[in-house]
Every structure is written in structure tokens, then in C-alpha cells.
Design a protein around this ligand. Sequence first.
Ligand SMILES: [Zn+2]
Length: 122
Amino acid sequence: MIHQQPPRPLVEAPLQFRMSSGGEKAKQNSLAICPKCDAPAFIRRSTRVTEKVKHLDAHCTNTGCGHTFGLELVFRHTYCPGLIDRPDLDLPICPRDQVPHVLPPARDAGDDPNQLTMFAGG
Ligand SMILES: [Zn+2]
């Protein structure tokens, strides 16, 4: 009889950026922040320039600002090379001691008001 291992749980990690407006939380996690007023910004359009560069057109969510601006999203480095070989891209590798170790939030850390829960009603 073959003893089967129980399936490993999928790794959970909170969403690290938001493109919605509102609150300090959204600002901290926003992908784009207006350089003039620090409000979160919407990405209105994006254009892939190369494999390693993308240009984003952003729009400040602060109605009292209204700044529109262009951003550049640039590939920085690889943490783990994955299974596809693309030596033509010449992607730099992150030094091992700088690779981030991102862990899921603790099970009892449920203080994030933006996190939906399936077990509400308590
Ligand atoms: Zn602004």
C-alpha cells in the first residue's frame, strides 16, 4: 500500500500593492504614488517597451492635484531563475544575501481591514 503525503498548503501572501484610492494603507501599498502630493495614482495605460522595461501612464487620485505623469517599470534582478532559459536577456541575478524571504501573514494576525474574510459574522 502506498502511503500518500497530504497535499502541501498553498502559500498565501497579502496583495502587496493597490491601485485604489483611500487611506494610508492604500497609499503605502499603491503601485504608483504621485510625486507632487503623495496620493495613490491610477495606472491609466501601460506599454511594454522591451522585455525588461514597461512604461506606465499614471493619474493622481487626488482631485485637488490632478497630476498626470509617466513612470518606468524596470526589471531589476532575478531571485530564482525558474525553469525557462533566456540567456539572450542577460538578466542580472540578485546576490544571495539580498534575496527577500517573504512569508505569509501569521494566522492570528487578522488586523488588516482590507483583507476579506470568509469567516465574518462573529
Ligand atoms: Zn498628486
